[in-house]
Design a protein around this ligand. Structure first.
Ligand code: TA6
Length: 292
C-alpha cells in the first residue's frame, strides 16, 4: 500500500524503499527516509526532536515546518496578530487528493483555506495548496499560494519558507555555496553590525548560527562525511541557516543535545514580501535529493 492515509497523517511508501510521513497538522513532513545511488540503504534524512509535539498542540520541532505568511516575528501590518512564523505550521490542513502514484513517484496534495481559527487573526483572502512528492531518492515540496481576492483587491503580501531540519552531525556538516552572499546575522549582539558578507567557502554551524542569506543561488548542498542532501529551489530567493548549539538548551521541546543532530537549511522568500495580484498563484518549490 504505497499511500497509507490515517486520521492525522499520510504515509507514502515508495516501492524502491524510500518513504515520507506528513502530518495534516501544519502539513509538516515529519519523516523522509531515503537511500542514494551511493548507498541504497534507506536512512532518515530529517531531524525531529524526541520532545516534539506531533499531536497538534504546538508546531513540530523538526521535519519540514511550512512558514507562511510571515517569517520570524511579524513585521507587516496585515500580520500583526500572528505568531512567529505565521499560521501555516500550526493549522490542520485538509487531505485533498493523490496527485500521482506510479514508479516515478507518489504525490499527495493538502490544502488550507480561511477558517475561524485563521480569520480571527488574519483577514486576507488566500488559498494554500501543498504538494509533497516522493521519488526513489528525492522528496519535493511545492507551496501554491493563491490570492482569492476580487479583481479590485490589493496584492497579497506574504513571506514563505520551508524550515528544513536536515539530519547531520552539527560539528561536521557544511552548507555550500554561500560565499560572497550578503546575510543578516541574528546572533550579532550589535544591531549596527548585523549585515555581513559571507567569506567562507564552506559554512559550518559549529557555533550558534542564525543567518538569513539574501539573493542566494537557489541550489545548496548539505554535506557531512556520511551524508549529503542537495536542495534545489524555485522562487525562493533567500535561504536561512540555523543551528542554536548550546542556545538549544533554552528551547523547551528540543531534546537534550538535539542541536548536535541537524542543521536547518531553509529556502524562503523572507527578505521583503511577495506581492501577489488578485486571482494569481505563486509557487515556491524545493527538491531534496539524497546524494550520499
Ligand atoms: O529559521 C531560524 C529561526 O527563525 C530561528 O531564529 C529560531 O527562532 C528558529 O527559527 C525556530 O523558531 P521556532 O519558532 O520554531 O522556535
Amino acid at each position: 500500500m504505497p499511500i497509507d492515509r490515517q486520521a492525522d497523517r499520510v504515509i507514502l511508501q515508495h516501492p524502491k524503499g524510500s518513504s515520507a510521513e506528513i502530518l495534516f497538522y501544519g502539513a509538516t513532513v515529519i519523516s523522509w527516509k531515503s537511500g542514494s545511488i551511493a548507498n541504497p540503504q534507506s536512512v532518515e534524512r530529517l531531524f525531529v526532536s524526541g520532545k516534539a509535539a506531533v499531536d497538534g498542540s504546538k508546531p513540530v520541532r523538526g521535519g519540514i515546518p511550512v512558514v507562511f505568511p510571515c517569517f520570524g516575528a511579524p513585521t507587516h501590518p496585515e500580520h500583526s496578530k500572528l505568531g512567529q512564523h505565521g499560521f501555516a505550521r500550526s493549522e490542520t490542513w485538509t487531505f485533498d487528493s493523490v496527485v500521482m502514484d506510479n514508479e516515478a513517484g507518489i504525490s499527495v496534495k493538502l490544502t488550507l483555506e480561511p477558517k475561524a481559527s485563521i480569520t480571527a487573526k488574519y483577514e486576507k483572502p488566500f488559498q494554500l495548496a501543498y504538494v509533497v512528492t516522493l521519488a526513489e531518492h528525492q522528496l519535493s515540496t511545492d507551496l501554491h499560494v493563491k490570492n482569492t481576492g476580487l479583481s479590485t483587491s490589493p496584492p497579497l503580501a506574504f513571506q514563505a519558507l520551508f524550515h528544513n531540519y536536515i539530519r547531520a552531525n552539527s560539528s561536521e556538516v557544511v552548507v555550500t555555496p554561500l560565499k560572497s552572499l550578503t546575510y543578516y546575522d541574528k546572533t550579532e549582539p550589535n544591531e549596527q553590525l548585523r549585515t555581513k558578507v559571507e567569506e567562507r567557502d564552506l559554512v559550518d554551524v559549529k557555533n550558534f548560527t542564525d543567518f538569513v542569506y539574501q539573493n542566494a543561488p537557489g541550489t545548496y548542498e548539505v554535506t557531512s562525511p556520511t551524508s549529503k542532501v542537495e536542495i534545489k529551489t524555485k522562487n525562493f530567493k533567500d535561504v536561512v541557516v540555523w543551528n542554536p548549539q548550546q542556545e538549544g538548551t533554552k528551547i523547551g521541546d528540543m531534546e537534550e543535545g538535539g542541536w548536535e543532530k541537524y542543521v536547518c537549511v531553509e529556502p524562503g522568500f523572507v527578505h521583503g514580501f511577495v506581492a501577489l495580484p488578485a486571482g494569481e498563484t505563486w509557487i515556491g518549490q524545493q527538491v531534496l535529493t539524497a546524494k550520499l
